[in-house]
Design a protein around this ligand. Structure first.
Ligand code: AHR
Length: 504
């Protein structure tokens, strides 16, 4: 198989935020996962599990969405600030978590976490059991520089400087557990929150700094998702200032109809089906891009430069990943092991998001630790890197790159390439469960191979756990010499490979 790399027709810029993360108080994502507490015997940094922090620091995730998800709609930020011994204890019923909620990881701990791993925070506000005032107060606590009472409270809690939170989600899955609203009801509610959001401007002519993210459609329901976006944008067009930066679509690769298919025990048919199904994200994004373009055409033109600009609405994919059937009954809730099947769908999903970088501005994998399509699993005092972690590490080279179109027919091999700072990064995923595939890359420039890594397993059902933490890890791939501008590579069966070339 041959692939021609067309360096003259690059497009877009891959927003690093397409490699974002999502953490929520579900199962052991935060409590026991990210957060172990200051008095834990597990090594920690101010209560944050040290191994998790270090692994994520190496990954440099550009953005983290928190506190949910569904949980955001039961979350009252004041429960999670101040003296830890005085914080209320509530009960967390979200998604079968069924645990006491001690609120030890709150706003300041989240900001500490983001700061340690180098990520920007995305706060999702509580639309269902909260209020506009609660949202205003939360942002005031986080962002106000001037000595208001809430800014002083933040200072009293040890944080003199404002956190400058920019990304604010207004509601979560409002078509479902987030309120079972109609698009029209949500447009009205959305407007209230968006209009009341403090700006933290220092002059009337400053650009607003909040990036307002509306809850988008259920990406898994083809008819409903079209109707949702069309009607929501039509309803928003009735307002003089629609005041929206992005629509947050959620898409899970559901694998729940096959009783005997588990995360670590599946047949070749299950393998093929789950990998095929991951491609639906591509269609959903294309469809939503076109609905947003049409919806924007009906939006009012801003009347003055002081109005919120509205020439573009970004698409955001705030939750994505594989969701296997046993996750529903797992303890801790939504815990899933990760094999090469998940690593391949993770690579495919990142390819799709990056390919759509002209319209998709951010995306967050669900979820970073111990829940669903995880990058990290914890077990007692051990932190285990899953194969998904390796895929994200292998894709770092695409961040900020321009998409490099590939001219190729490559059955079973998923391809993506980008170029940045004289480096071409090529990712090749061989989805064939048993057959290696040989590919010849043909460049239109002189290049020199700089790195070659592959991720594969002895058996496709292998996974990493505390006893075998490195059963499935990326490793250098032996490469043939280049011939002129051609590089041949043999991709192991069921593998994800990334190659980097310097332009010379
Ligand atoms: O990621 C788990 C849950 O899935 C989130 O809380 C919710 O938004 C979605 O339905």
């Amino acid at each position: 198989m041959k692939i021609h790399l067309d360096s003259k027709n690059t497009y877009g810029t891959i927003n690093p935020k397409l490699h974002g993360q999502f953490i929520e108080f579900l199962g052991s994502c935060i409590d026991d996962g990210i957060w172990v507490g200051k008095d834990s015997t597990i090594p920690n940094i101010r209560g944050l599990r040290q191994d998790v922090v270090e692994a994520l620091k190496a990954l440099e995730p550009p953005i983290v969405r928190w506190p949910g998800g569904c949980y955001a709609d039961t979350y009252h930020w004041r429960d999670g600030i101040g003296d830890p011994t005085k914080r209320p204890v509530t009960f967390n019923e979200n998604f079968g978590t069924y645990e006491l909620d001690q609120h030890q990881f709150g706003t300041d701990e989240f900001m500490d976490f983001c700061n340690l791993i180098g990520a920007e925070p995305w706060l999702n506000v509580n639309l269902l059991s909260g209020s506009v005032q609660e949202m205003k107060d939360w942002l005031e606590y986080c962002n106000r520089k001037q000595p208001t009472s809430l800014a002083k409270l933040r200072q009293a809690n040890g944080h003199t400087e404002p956190y400058n939170v920019k990304y604010v989600g207004i509601g979560n899955e409002v078509w479902g557990g987030g309120g079972f609203m109609t698009p029209q009801q949500y447009a009205m509610t959305y407007r209230k929150y968006a209009t009341a959001m403090p700006t933290f401007k220092t002059s009337l002519f400053d650009q607003e700094n909040a990036y307002k993210i509306a809850s988008g459609p259920d990406g898994n329901k083809p008819k409903e998702r079209v109707r949702w976006t069309r009607e929501f944008l039509a309803a928003l067009a009735n307002y003089r200032q629609p005041d929206i930066d992005a629509i947050d679509l959620h898409f899970y690769n559901w694998n729940i109809d096959h009783e005997n298919d588990t995360p670590t025990d599946f047949t070749p048919n299950d393998w093929t089906r789950v990998i095929q199904d991951a491609h639906e994200l591509d269609d959903v994004i294309s469809e939503q891009e076109s609905l947003i373009t049409k919806g924007l055409a009906n939006m009012p033109i801003p009347e003055s430069t002081m109005d919120h600009r509205l020439d573009h609405i970004d698409l955001v994919v705030g939750e994505w990943g594989n969701w296997h059937r046993p996750a529903f009954t797992a303890r801790p809730a939504l815990h899933q092991q990760v094999t090469m099947r998940d690593a391949l769908t993770t690579a495919i999903s990142l390819n799709i998001l990056q390919k759509h970088c002209d319209s998709v501005a951010m995306a967050c994998v669900a979820q970073t630790v111990n829940v669903l399509n995880s990058l990290l699993l914890t077990d007692g005092d051990k932190t285990i890197l899953t194969p998904n972690y390796d895929v994200f590490m292998m894709y770092k080279g695409h961040r900020g790159g321009h998409v490099l179109p590939l001219d190729a027919e490559t059955p079973d091999v998923e391809t993506f390439a980008s170029v940045k700072n004289n480096t071409i990064t090529v990712s090749l995923s061989n989805t064939a469960i048993r057959e290696p595939k040989t590919i010849t890359l043909i460049f239109d420039h002189n290049v020199q191979l700089s790195t070659a890594e592959t991720l594969n397993a002895t058996h496709v059902t292998d996974y990493n756990d505390a006893a075998h933490p490195n059963a499935v890890r990326r490793h250098p791939l032996a490469m043939a010499q280049m011939t002129g501008r051609q590089q041949t590579v043999t991709l192991p069966a069921a593998s994800v490979t990334t190659l980097q070339f310097k332009l010379v």
